[in-house]
Design a protein around this ligand. Structure first.
Ligand code: ZN
Length: 203
């Protein structure tokens, strides 16, 4: 199983990061040990002092595919969920300054917490679906899939031109504006529409 993450897929987030809006999807990867299931504790890592949350809708691939055409991409996933792309922003800034890969800032253990709930996409309107993240009970991120620069089908098609997608692979589809730091003692709760998807305590 692999985790593919899409960067800068919401214009307002690209703007808050002072990054250009990409003309093609930006992606990077996390290893399987990045996964953290809802109900498990997240421990603030010692190597960062500026850990940020990025709440993202996640696609689960359920069929092997390579060079998938956008018009067939919908056949390669049936369920979506919600997760966090934890980012050591201080390390990421250093990587960016030096033109280095982002893995140390993005791919560390437990950097991809995810809900245990998977929603069937046939019951959802993926062109107009709201999701949100609350930090200590206050909304910090509010997204709608209608703001995606590259929709799910285009992401699957693009990534599969480089990497074979396999059953069980996850794609984190990018974060809307409002990313920010967390501290030990904070709680992060994610919602798709009004449904609570996860609750993670930072320890
Ligand atoms: Zn992200």
């Amino acid at each position: 199983m692999k985790i593919i993450c899409i960067g800068r897929n919401y214009a307002d987030h690209a703007k808050e990061m002072n990054a250009p809006i990409p003309s093609q999807p930006v992606f990077f990867m996390k290893p399987d040990c990045a996964l953290l299931k809802d109900g498990e504790d997240f421990y603030y890592p010692e190597f960062t002092s500026d850990l940020h949350y990025e709440c993202e809708v996640v696609i689960k691939i359920d069929k092997v595919g390579k060079n998938i055409l956008p018009k067939f991409a919908h056949k390669y996933y049936s369920k979506i969920s919600l997760g966090i792309d934890f980012t050591a922003r201080d390390l990421q800034s250093k990587c960016k300054e030096n033109g280095l890969p982002w893995e140390m800032a993005k791919a560390f253990d437990n950097s991809a917490p995810i809900s245990n709930l998977w929603l069937d996409k046939s019951n959802l309107d993926l062109d107009n679906l709201t999701f949100s993240l609350e930090k200590n009970g206050k909304i910090v991120q509010n997204g709608n899939l209608n703001q995606l620069i590259f929709n799910f089908d285009n992401l699957i098609a693009y990534v599969s031109t480089f990497i074979t997608l396999k059953t069980g692979d996850l794609i984190f589809t990018g974060t809307p504006a409002g990313v920010g730091p967390i501290q030990i003692g904070d709680t992060l709760e994610g919602f798709i529409q009004n449904e609570k998807m996860f609750s993670f305590a930072i320890k």
